[in-house]
Design a protein around this ligand. Structure first.
Ligand SMILES: [Zn+2]
Length: 250
């Protein structure tokens, strides 16, 4: 999960549309409009907001950070209604996610650090402290680090970061075999490229293969830059724990 810089202005389909007055007023054609998904997809570098998989083919799911229909505070806990229905078209509440993150992981989960601050009745969320990281508002790197391909909460106050823990568990960032395997594959490719770069630098430095060495160096640099870039799939993992990373423009 990486920080997302969303466009400040809402897409055309959301502009001037009154917020729903009740859960029954929600029209999915508004928040799932093509221009909404296209803008989110561009802002998110064509990646799922939560797991960072590449959104190929379809447009992905418009995900409501604060769930619009109802919420649960823990796995197996009852669904409480209503949800944050008035935020159904709110640009600041929308993200794009893959179907697994949306339908199998996030679902209606939305726990708060302090349940008494829940702002649904008052339609005022300013006192809420959500446990789920919102990559459009929070820097996920402050809460989650990676030990190789495994996501772990940052240490915090003698324990672990509660938002990191909640997000990892809710989005099942370590318990989806395909996702973990994809991260591991990327990590292997990344380390191979780091090794290739070291070798190329050595060849150039010693003047052994200056031309071929320089070619290899450029190719390795380009591959590393692409993998580490914000558009790189699962690139949050490459941000920490890799002292060889030379690109600090995260
Ligand atoms: Zn996802």
């Amino acid at each position: 999960m990486r920080r997302i810089d969303k466009s400040p202005e809402a897409p055309e389909s959301l502009r001037g549309v009154p917020a729903p007055d009740s859960p029954d007023d929600i029209d999915p054609r508004v928040y799932a409009a093509r221009d909404v998904k296209e803008r989110l997809k561009a802002d998110q570098m064509r990646k799922c907001a939560y797991c960072e998989c590449r959104l190929n083919g379809d447009y992905g799911h418009t995900e409501h950070y604060r769930p619009k229909n109802g919420y649960t505070t823990a796995e197996g806990a009852p669904l409480r209604t209503p949800g944050y229905y008035w935020l159904a078209y709110d640009w600041n509440n929308l993200l794009l996610s893959c179907s697994t993150c949306n339908s199998s992981c996030k679902k209606n989960h939305f726990a708060l650090a302090d349940e008494s601050a829940r702002g649904i009745a008052s339609r005022d969320t300013s006192r809420e402290s959500p446990l789920l990281i919102n990559p459009a508002e929070d820097d996920p790197a402050r809460h989650i680090v990676f030990h190789d391909e495994i996501a772990v909460p940052r240490p915090s106050g003698g324990g672990e970061d509660p938002r990191g823990r909640y997000t990892i568990d809710t989005m099942r960032l370590n318990s989806r075999p395909d996702l973990v395997e994809n991260r591991l594959r990327l990590l292997c490719r990344y380390r191979t490229m780091l090794q290739a770069r070291r070798l190329a630098e050595e060849l150039v430095r010693r003047g052994l293969e200056p031309v071929r060495g320089r070619g290899l160096l450029e190719a390795a640099e380009a591959a590393i830059r692409e993998m580490e870039s914000p558009s790189g799939e699962y690139s949050a993992m490459l941000r920490q724990g890799h002292p060889e990373s030379r690109h600090k423009d995260w």
